[in-house]
Write a protein that binds this ligand. Sequence first.
Ligand SMILES: [Zn+2]
Length: 394
Amino acid sequence: MMFTKTIALLAACSIASLAGAFQSTPATTPPTPPVTTAKPADADPPVRKTRNVILCVADGLRWQDVFTGADETLFNEVAGKIKNDKYVRDTYWRSTPEERRETLMPFFWSVVAKNGIVYGDRTHNAPGRVTNDYAVSYPGYAELFCGFPEPVIKENKRIYNPNVTVFEWLNNMKELNGRVVAFTTWDLFPWILNVERSKLPVDDGIKPCKFGRITPRIEFINRLRAETPRRWGGSHFDSMTFHVMTEWVEVNRPRVMFFGLGETDEWAHETDYEKYLDAARRTDQYWKELWDLIQKDPQYKDQTTIIFTCDHGRGDNTKSPDDWSNHGAKHPGSDQWWVAVMGPDTPPAGLISDHQMVTQSQVAATIAWALGQDWCKQEPRAGKPLEGAIVEPK
Ligand SMILES: [Zn+2]
């Protein structure tokens, strides 16, 4: 689909931040403005239906698989560690890219792409990229959460993020304080979200989840986490986080959430294309279940914007057959990136074609902008909200 409309939010970063944008009904008394922003006397607050925002990330999930489905050139032992391709062929191979992608990610293509907006399809001249030079996870998540590449963050090291993330900033607003949370599968996220300073509740998927209201189901999964041997050093299986997250959301009612899954990246690093594809399909299923939960809950239904994306691309298997298993500055293609947005303030523009480059640095401002808040004013280094993702009603 060609995207040609000029959208008002191009000017987003020049529009002043507005307090009180979270009110679902007109406030009779003005809310206390957040300490970090001020409302100009002559500006109207941006009109939003969104009251909640969720950022969903599938670590290292390639745009190639998202937009064209399973890649037949990896159905072999050298490139994808597949000895017998019957299972992947039966399960994921179809004759057209459209059929293949819908087979791999049915929720994404039947719901997100129909009701939201999808950027990053390089086969339709709509590229996306990360702006950090490293194309590994910590620099990518720092860019997603803060809106700019941080030069001191070059690798996946346990150093506290020196910059305030959009999540920390939102959590410091009166309307959202205590309503911002992160569910992840990786033990570096407490560092990326700087829990020491931010005090954000961050579940790393490994240690037991102990914040907020804990139910017997969460306690049971906490036990499974501890008793199930981990395959990877710093992360656990996606299921260990997903099932805690859905239960926690139902009983604790967050307004802003980061939901990060990691198996796509872990299996890719093992050059195991079959398990990578299974992880991608499971991720899509988890996103669907989260969406179903949202749409049956009055607090969330038609009031929640969800952003779907990845933290980096991967090496180019058309140049070196198994380089898709790697990523980083030495693996060309790792900067290639995609993103999708769906919510009550997002037009059903679908798959975007012939569009200028979109960047990972635009996500933080898009999260805030969905809630009527101007992250670019707070953090001038941040990229602007994604063009056309959040629009004012006509
Ligand atoms: Zn990785």
